[in-house]
Design a protein around this ligand. Structure first.
Ligand code: BEZ
Ligand code: FE
Length: 279
């Protein structure tokens, strides 16, 4: 068999053949599919050399924009709907449990552990005061005690602490109590633009898209014996619910943040966790 003089069709097969001995079967599957799809993309689009270089430059620039507090590749994955697709293929239908959504680039491991009732917003943080209450249960209706509730949000100015580099703010970890309940204070989550001053922003502009996300509070719930849940609570009535720049909105995650006579907003959500398989 000739292993020279490839043409447009035989080249793909030869690239796949050279990776045939990949010892890790999953890596072999992933690399094989990647090559097939990349070659398919080139066959379909027929990029000129200049266009291919522009694509490489875009990826290079995306890498250069990455630093602490700025992850341009996650942003690209989110704004192209890929992050939500990964979420769908992994978690599928929620079936009686709380639905998941995109993690986003602003989660920070090791947020401060605060007692129930604490305010995650430091004094002077922009935004309207808000109190969140909720419960965490299993599909059997039993409370989940001691679940770790990681929460984070943007301030009223639309920025996360990591974007402002002013120290930890608007993020904390709580534990659910003996009845599976939790409560804490925060600010009303504002709608805000995803970072759009870099290559992903240029892509959004070139495709006539806005960078806005509807107001939301991020949570990750972790409890022994249950699947970890990465999700948001979205603010009912937000004008960007139908055009979220990262495609993360699910009806079941929209919550009424009600304004009380004192001026404080209140929101309540009952989470249902999925029992972990085989744990
Ligand atoms: C966020 O909600 O924090 C977020 C998600 C995706 C891209 C940018 C920000
Ligand atoms: Fe967010």
């Amino acid at each position: 068999m000739s292993i020279r003089n490839f043409n447009e069709d035989s080249l793909t097969a030869e690239v796949l053949r050279r990776m045939e001995k990949t010892p890790n079967p999953r890596l072999k599957e992933v690399m094989g599919s990647l090559v097939k799809h990349l070659h398919g993309f080139v066959r379909e689009v027929k990029p000129t050399p200049e266009e291919w270089k522009a694509g490489i430059d875009f990826l290079t620039e995306t890498g250069h924009w990455c630093e602490d507090g700025r992850q341009e590749f996650i942003l690209m994955s989110d704004t192209l709907g890929v992050s939500m697709l990964v979420d769908f293929v992994n978690y599928g239908k929620a079936e009686g449990t709380t639905e998941s959504t995109v993690l986003g680039p602003f989660f920070v491991e090791g947020a401060p552990d605060l007692p129930l009732g604490a305010n995650i917003a430091k004094p002077g943080t922009p935004g309207e005061p808000c109190a969140v209450t909720g419960t965490i249960k299993g599909t059997d209706g039993k409370p989940v005690t001691g679940a770790l509730i990681d929460v984070w949000e943007a301030g009223g100015d639309g920025f996360y602490d990591v974007q402002k580099k002013e120290g930890t703010n608007l993020r904390a970890r709580f534990r659910s109590d003996a009845e599976g309940k939790f409560h804490f204070k925060c600010v009303l989550p504002p709608s805000y633009p995803v970072p759009h001053d870099g290559p992903v922003g240029n892509m959004l502009t070139a495709t006539e898209r806005h960078p806005m996300r509807p107001g939301h509070l991020h949570t990750i719930l972790t409890a022994q014996g249950y699947d970890t849940l990465v999700t948001h609570l979205f603010v009912k009535g937000d004008k960007y619910l139908d055009s979220d720049a990262v495609f993360g909105v699910k009806d079941s995650l929209i919550v009424d943040f009600k304004k009380s006579p004192s001026g404080e907003y209140t929101a309540h959500y009952d989470f249902v966790l999925r029992p972990a398989m085989g744990k």
